[in-house]
Ligand binder design. Sequence first.
Ligand code: PMP
Length: 391
Amino acid sequence: MNYLNDLAADIEGWKRDGRYRTIKVWESGSDTWMNLNGRKILQMSSNNYLGLTHHPKLKQAAIAAIEKYGVGSGSVRTITGTLDIHEQLELELAAFKGTEAALVFQSGFTTNQGALSSILGADDVVISDELNHASIIDGIRLTKASRRIFAHKDMNQLEAVLKETQKHRKRVVVTDGVFSMDGDIAPLPEIVQLAEAYDAIVYVDDAHASGVLGKNGKGSTDHFGLHGRVHIQIGTLSKAIGAVGGYVAGAQLLKEHLIHTARPFLFSTSQPPAVAATCLAAIQVLRDSGDLVTKLWENANGFRSELKGLGFDTGASETPIIPIIIGDPALTMRFSDRLLEEGVFAQGIVYPTVAMDKGRVRLIVTAQHTSEDLAFALNSLQKVGREFGLL
Ligand code: PMP
């Protein structure tokens, strides 16, 4: 059998559904304006929330680390791959998050895989919001724990599941801090209250909340004043922090347990020195000033209300992630393509990432967008929105 025929049939199907993707190859680094096919395009879909990818302190830290340590770490963390800058980064992260300890992984994705599969055993139950990120879903799949899903942010359902699952050894409630496709915030105070009432553990993935929510971007636990009441906080170093990597912040015992059990930590080479040094510098920049985070929220709130004023459906957005809900997948992708012709990139997101009738272009506002940039984006969106009969 020619297995390629099978793959080709899948690909044809995606083309028919309008779900086929062409990867864009950018000719300049992550920034507000980026080069694509020789044109300058306004970037409205990057996770570089604070523009830290080009921060001079981060660049200097990366260059100095390459000079001192070379480009690679040489092995997994448990052999020769833990350098003093990895340890400093973990100390700095724990202080930033207000936890006893932190442990760094190679990406946010592997952090969820490692952490969930380490803490959950066959006698446990994991209780997960239906819109949690793919890395949480995959992390859960790696465990032998029972699985229960609750409707998005539905606290009545969560309580019902907590009541029904008392017989399990551990109950772990898992939620994104900020949901990546809709840009809404998890009801963490209510989740914590229920978890305390039913003796459950709270696990929050702050990939899109780190550097965004809370004082100086400390995350959703800080935003809601829940220090000491959220057991496990996940963060990524790839979005607002500007580089790549992920971490678990929590108890020292949790860290020790993960060091012995988390498979991506044990079996995959550690972050390169330049990356660890970059992340360390980024956390220090955030620690010392909240100006970028303040600017991010000014830009995001202003832009969202302008979009709503024009008549766009921005769904449940309450953060710098602002979807424009379009619906049909093919129409969504055409909208995104048309916008690109106008010089603005906003990624179309369609089934299976979101429901079939919930296609959207997902806009992400950053602290680096100027008022001129945002006015340009709004004008282009209004023009294309009218053409597509959305306004
Ligand atoms: N969790 C959430 C909620 C995310 O949105 C993402 C990134 N898409 C990840 C985890 C994975 O993070 P990373 O890109 O650092 O692997």
